[in-house]
Design a protein around this ligand. Structure first.
Ligand SMILES: NC(=O)c1ccc[n+]([C@@H]2O[C@H](COP(=O)([O-])OP(=O)(O)OC[C@H]3O[C@@H](n4cnc5c(N)ncnc54)[C@H](OP(=O)(O)O)[C@@H]3O)[C@@H](O)[C@H]2O)c1
Length: 386
């Protein structure tokens, strides 16, 4: 062959750039710290075992309220994309990934990074969605239901005839725990929630809804069950842990799994944090022996046993297929409306799960709600023009 051009390999076809919107926490503080940014990126080169998922919905959890205030220790420092769960469609798979394919509808979990449209993560952190499950439902399963399931069944060994006190019973974990209690015969559920939610949570399976905002919930429970309860799920911390412990029947168990009492609004309240910390329950083992009670702690973020994690998700998906659990979606907000979504939690209005929608159309609904900032994104290397 003659001539230079003939021997040259073809110039590479121009790679189509991908665009992905992400909600970035730019610092600790109020809602203004969350910025919606548009990333433009080359199609990422997937590492072995990875998939790329175009998310359609993400879950909003109490952990993100804490994270925004710098109170969630597992969240990397800002700037960071929050979000621990989502659902969407597989858009690319690494060569060695055989059990996921492009087009699969999956649930996806990660320590953070999920409040964006495109996410790259290990295929083993994705789970096929059952037929008929909506993206909002799928994004509502992992954190709330894993937490509720592991506490009720792995730790507290819930059995027929037992009684359970569920705080924040109308919230994400609360509604999940209530549904899971219904899978066991004759379980009595005491549920604390704001009064306006009582009818709904009663229909959802709470036997005795209690308005903790206007009534002494300990006295209310004692009126119905003078001996107390078998299991207390405590997401509040501080003085409520003492109350929960005192409410336990002999051989009962309290599981501490949160410190919602630290949160009073969108910004960090150091007094509330100090008060919750100061009133922590502190006991020695001798006292536990004398009281015949158990205290346990639970934090899903520190569950590193993949078999336990995956096995529990599959059990939950099976329960979903059998119609025994169904996430209650309180509301679905577009990325632009994340402040409204968080506000709804802070103002204690939600009944069930709050989701964030990732679809593109949202960009045009409320274009000026956040400051849009485009930048070029290459994996691990952010280049910000101008
Ligand atoms: N350890 C873990 O692995 C783990 C995992 C998931 C969640 N959690 C914990 O579980 C709890 C519930 O989480 P979630 O995501 O399901 O949230 P959520 O219950 O949906 O949170 C909002 C609801 O909680 C109630 N609430 C009580 N105290 C509140 C406060 N200080 N600020 C705002 N709302 C308050 C309000 O309802 P009412 O007024 O009607 O009660 C509000 O509507 C949180 O403490 C969270 O940190 C722990």
């Amino acid at each position: 062959m003659e001539g230079r051009g003939a021997a040259d390999p073809k110039p590479p076809a121009e790679e189509k750039l991908l665009s992905s919107r992400a909600l970035v926490l730019t610092g600790y503080g109020g809602y203004e710290k969350l910025k919606l940014q548009v990333k433009t990126m080359k199609p990422p080169r997937l590492q072995p075992g990875e998939v790329m998922v175009r998310l359609r919905a993400c879950g909003l959890n109490f952990a993100e309220l804490l994270g925004k205030q710098g109170l969630y220790e597992l969240l990397p420092a800002p700037p960071v994309v929050m979000g621990m769960e989502g659902s969407g469609v597989v858009e690319a798979v690494a060569e060695d990934v055989k059990d996921r394919k492009v087009g699969d509808r999956v649930i996806a979990v990660n320590r953070c990074d999920m409040w964006q449209e495109l996410v790259v993560l290990p295929a083993k952190r994705t789970y096929p969605m059952p037929e008929g499950m909506s993206f909002e439902e799928a994004a509502a399963i992992p954190i709330n239901y894993l937490t509720a399931y592991m506490m009720l069944f792995e730790m507290a060994n819930l059995r027929p005839g037992k009684s359970v006190l569920i705080h924040m019973a109308a919230g994400g974990v609360g509604t999940a725990a209530t549904q899971l209690c219904q899978t066991v015969q004759d379980v009595t559920v005491f549920g604390t929630a704001s009064a306006s939610k009582h009818e709904t949570i009663s229909q959802g399976g709470v036997t005795h809804p209690i308005d903790y905002r206007t009534k002494d919930y300990v006295a209310e429970i004692r009126k119905i069950s003078p001996k107390g309860v078998d299991i207390v799920l405590d997401p509040l911390g501080g003085s409520d842990t003492h109350k929960g412990y005192n409410l336990l029947k002999p051989l009962g168990m309290l599981i501490a799994f949160g410190a919602a009492n630290c949160v009073t609004g969108q910004k960090k309240n150091l007094l509330a944090v100090a008060k919750t910390w100061y009133h922590q329950l502190s006991l020695n083992t001798l006292k536990l022996m004398q009281h015949n009670k158990a205290i346990s702690g639970f934090h899903l973020g520190y569950i590193t046993d993949e078999e336990l994690y995956d096995g529990t998700i599959f059990k939950l998906l099976e329960l979903y297929k059998q119609g025994k659990i169904k996430p209650r979606i309180d509301s679905c907000y577009h990325f632009e409306e994340v402040a409204d979504a968080m506000k709804r939690m802070h103002e204690r209005q939600n009944i069930g799960k709050k989701s964030l929608k990732c679809d593109e159309t949202a960009r045009h609904d409320k274009p000026d709600f956040f400051f849009f900032y485009s930048f070029l994104f290459f994996r691990g290397d952010h280049e910000v023009p101008n």
